[in-house]
Design a protein. Structure first.
Length: 92
């Protein structure tokens, strides 16, 4: 290389430099958690919360009478489960 010249590498339109984060081009780029309330019955209205990960249901809650409560319970269950999982991983 000629003195004074620099080479810049770009990956996916991003300049490569220390600390840069470049997304891995996985077929699963849309991996995410989805929290939903699911109507179990319409007479009376009852609901359960569900958490899905990458399209697969991984948690369900007990049936309740309010869809907001069902969603909050699902969110709390996910938070509890992940906290437990990662807290244990840090101590092993």
């Amino acid at each position: 290389m000629t003195p004074g010249m620099t080479t810049t590498l770009h990956i996916g339109g991003q300049e490569v430099r220390k600390g840069v984060r470049i997304s891995y081009g996985s077929n699963r780029e849309t991996i995410r958690f989805t929290i939903q309330s699911v109507c179990v019955s319409t007479d009376p209205f009852t609901w359960r919360g569900e958490v899905s990960f990458a399209g697969t249901t991984i948690l369900t809650t007990e049936v309740v009478e309010d869809h907001n409560v069902a969603g909050r319970q699902a969110e709390a269950a996910l938070t509890e489960r992940l906290t437990h999982l990662f807290s244990n991983a840090m101590t092993q």
